[in-house]
Design a protein around this ligand. Structure first.
Ligand code: 3HC
Length: 720
């Protein structure tokens, strides 16, 4: 996991634990061995620590947190050893020196980095803090202000910025065109030169733990705490990390370290840390699908997008940003021009905000080819239709594409609810048809539900999953059912919210509970933002708006929602919906007209309104959601519980510190949820959402946890 060599009397310890050189036990032992060898060898005058391959360590090995290995030869001890070594140690950084990686660098006496590298302490994103002295050394090196900002936000910074802040001693200029190997060679060369230059220098002032911290006023901590409470609402780690940083200014290093370790110990076992670490791995697991070999994907080098509306132009942006040419098609010149303008405006905005340069923006725009002619799609590798959400319209578009595109072209339909098999049946290549459900705004939202139809081939799935990754999305493969995973689960959740209105709650009551749970906004606020007409459109497509078409055995909860649309209360865009809005504002106020309508409808539908507790609101909304998640798993529509968690965190604002609905279910206890569902079902037999999932029933009665059960099941499947 590490290698040792000497170059010009400088010992070079190379960390070799691909892909990210995580600081596993074997790596930690390797560093110790290297230090000991270099210290004992009189011919060695200095030491360089560098990461092999593409990066300096990106942190501690997160997989060692759960199995306890992290506590054997723990990282703080290794770093203490590095810092106290008598020969100068130069740390050479390329790639991403994150977390424990940066902490190792802070323990070294000199730090040199490639201009392409990034450094950061992202531990708060995992529900912990930099626990190998990061909260004590960084403030000593760059001051409390800058250190606290980096540690509490968890955001990495570019090497050039790190140099300006005083984290680095020197930079090695590497252009974006140079290979990783050239970067490594140049960096190592520069590190050895630096090591030889400082070989006889005193290490006085070079051991960061011995530096003094300039204290800052309490006002600074109060302001930062306020900012954290707003930006990272509900997250414990950033506020706790701030306490540890404060300790660096209050206590000598040794005592500060004790504080850091105490706080780390508490965070380490917290439910938030477990949830956030679950999300870290779940996000990386979405590409691992039983039975799908991702290597079978074909490269996608040329793309078509049909429809230059908000969705189509957003989709196109994702590809041209990555240098993949896009033919953007619309039927009318006016619509096409509008779409192109939206794309140009997007890039202009990025240049203005300093997020890209004019040169790069123009280069991206150069990949856009607007057209009125489907024939221009004859040669694309993949085409995504983003036309109106209507089965017949989408079928006719795909039929046309099937006739025009080359036989290998993959045809993608961007839909949030429609049946992929029916759409695919309009073509002669159902194996090359797949659903790609982008979330709006498509150039911002990272989630993508890729929907496999019954005939979609492994090659098509692998190709689309790979290209989704290339355009920086988080792709999740889901099965073909109404609403797929995200929207399918949204329906019972939303239905409960509306049922609660019938029984006695108001929109602001429900929204407050969901906000307090950790969602960025409640369901009614979300509906106002998206447009209440969207829900009406879906209910109409389901044929449930007309009372004569409804199933008399199923409770209908959307009378008020339907009436709001009749009253043209579409939401923010019409300045009134579930709430009323001042012009240009997105902050809704409860509206008497809506509250009166809710009360009137309750009466008309035979409900005697009652006070409903926050607990009941939370349980009914969330347990209905979770129950549907279990049904998605038992039907094979979702491949892993973690996939559902990712969809709900990235697509619907489920609070990440709760780990997503399925992780949350395990944390609450499946038996408790199952029993509550039975109870709510007894009180409301006409709501089919309260019919418990068989999988939930089975796990609740056997006392098993979903995560463990599913991991075992997948292992058994892969051994077959
Ligand atoms: N520990 C263990 N495995 C890790 C890891 C880590 N710190 N970081 C990444 N990996 C694994 C991933 O799980 C993935 O595994 P897989 O191939 O089996 O799915 C593989 O490395 C590649 O990771 P990515 O897919 O994320 O690769 P990218 O190139 O997209 O991103 C990265 C690279 C930016 C370094 C990203 O992996 C990352 O942000 N990693 C986590 C960084 C982090 O949080 N560091 C702090 C760790 S906690 C710590 O250091 C505690 C200390 O204070 C004591």
């Amino acid at each position: 996991m590490t290698s040792y060599k000497t170059i010009k009397d400088v010992a070079v310890i190379t960390i070799e634990n691909p892909p990210v050189n995580a600081l596993s036990l074997a790596v930690r032992e390797g560093i110790l061995d290297g230090l000991s060898r270099a210290s004992k060898d009189d011919t060695v005058c200095a030491i360089v620590i560098i990461g092999g391959g593409r990066t300096f360590p990106a942190g501690a090995d997160i997989s060692e947190f759960a199995n306890g290995k992290a506590f054997t030869k723990p990282l703080p001890q290794i770093i203490e050893k590095i810092e106290s070594t008598q020969k100068p140690i130069v740390c050479a950084i390329h790639g991403t020196a994150f977390g424990g990686g940066l902490e190792v660098a802070l323990g070294c006496h000199y730090r040199i980095a490639s201009t392409r590298s990034k450094v950061g302490l992202p531990e708060v994103n995992l529900g912990i803090l930099p626990g190998a002295g990061g909260t004590q050394r960084l403030p000593r090196l760059i001051g409390v202000w800058l250190a606290a900002e980096m540690i509490c936000s968890g955001k990495p910074i570019e090497a050039v910025d790190a140099d300006a802040k005083g984290i680095l001693d020197d930079l090695v200029e590497i252009s974006s065109l140079e290979s990783v190997q050239t970067e490594y060679d140049k960096l190592l060369d520069a590190a050895i030169t630096l090591a030889l230059r400082v070989k006889n220098h005193s290490l006085e002032g070079k051991r960061v733990s011995q530096l003094k911290v300039e204290p800052v006023s309490d006002f600074f901590y109060e302001q930062l705490a306020l900012q954290i409470s707003k930006n990272a609402r509900g997250m414990n780690a950033p506020l706790q990390a701030l306490k540890a940083v404060k300790a660096s200014a209050m206590f000598p290093f040794k005592e500060g370290m004790q504080r850091e370790q105490q706080i780390l110990g508490r965070l380490f076992v917290s439910s938030q840390a477990k949830a956030l670490q679950h999300i870290f791995f779940a996000e990386r697991q979405t590409m691992k699908i039983p039975g799908i070999d991702m290597k079978k994907g074909v490269p996608i080098k040329f793309v078509g997008v049909i429809g230059a509306g908000m969705m189509g132009s957003g989709i196109a942006i994702n590809f041209i940003k990555k240098g993949i040419p896009v033919v953007l098609i619309d039927a009318e010149q006016e619509f096409l021009d509008r779409g192109v303008k939206a794309i140009e405006d997007y890039f202009k905005g990025r240049v203005k905000k300093g997020k890209t340069t004019r040169f790069l923006a123009d280069r991206s725009l150069g990949y856009l080819r607007p057209s009125l002619h489907y024939e221009d799609l004859s040669n694309v590798d993949l085409v995504i239709e983003a036309v109106f959400e209507n089965l017949d319209v989408k079928k006719s578009v795909l039929k046309h594409l099937d006739e025009i595109c080359k036989p290998q072209t993959i045809l993608c339909t961007n839909t949030s609810t429609l049946d992929i098999d029916q759409i695919a049946s309009a073509t002669n290549r159902p194996d090359r048809v797949i659903g790609t459900h982008f979330f709006s705004p498509a150039n911002v939202m990272r989630l993508m539900e890729n929907v496999a139809g019954s005939k979609t081939s492994e090659r098509t799935i692998a190709s689309v999953m790979q290209i989704s990754k290339t355009i920086s999305k988080i792709p999740v493969l889901v099965g073909n059912c109404f609403g797929f995973i995200g929207n399918r689960m949204l329906f019972p959740y939303n239905n409960q919210a509306n049922a609660l209105l019938q029984e006695g709650a108001f929109p602001h009551d429900v929204d407050k509970v969901l906000y307090d749970f950790g969602f960025p906004m409640g369901l009614f606020q979300m509906s106002d933002l998206a447009g209440n007409d969207i829900g009406l459109h879906i209910r109409k497509a389901q044929g449930i708006v007309d009372p004569s078409q409804r199933d008399p055995n199923e409770r209908y909860v959307s009378t008020t929602a339907d009436k709001l649309c009749e009253m043209k209360r579409f939401g923010v865009k019409s300045s009134k919906g579930w709430y009323s809005y001042a012009k240009g504002s997105r902050k809704g106020r409860p509206d008497k007209e809506v509250m009166d309508l809710i009360v009137e409808n309750s009466k008309a539908e035979g409900f005697v309104r009652r006070n409903i507790s926050a607990k009941e609101i939370e349980e009914r909304c969330l347990y209905a959601l979770i129950n549907e998640g279990f049904k998605c798993l038992e039907e094979g529509m979702a491949y892993k519980p973690g996939d559902i968690d990712i969809i709900w965190i990235y697509g619907y604002g489920f609070p990440p510190q709760k780990g997503g609905p399925m992780h949350y279910a395990d944390a609450v206890g499946l038996k408790k949820i199952y029993d509550s569902i039975l109870q709510y079902g007894k009180a409301d037999p006409k709501t089919s959402a309260w019919k418990p999932s068989k999988l939930l029933e089975q796990l609740a009665s056997s006392g098993k946890k979903l995560a463990k059960y599913w991991t075992k099941k997948l292992k058994a499947q892969s051994n077959l």
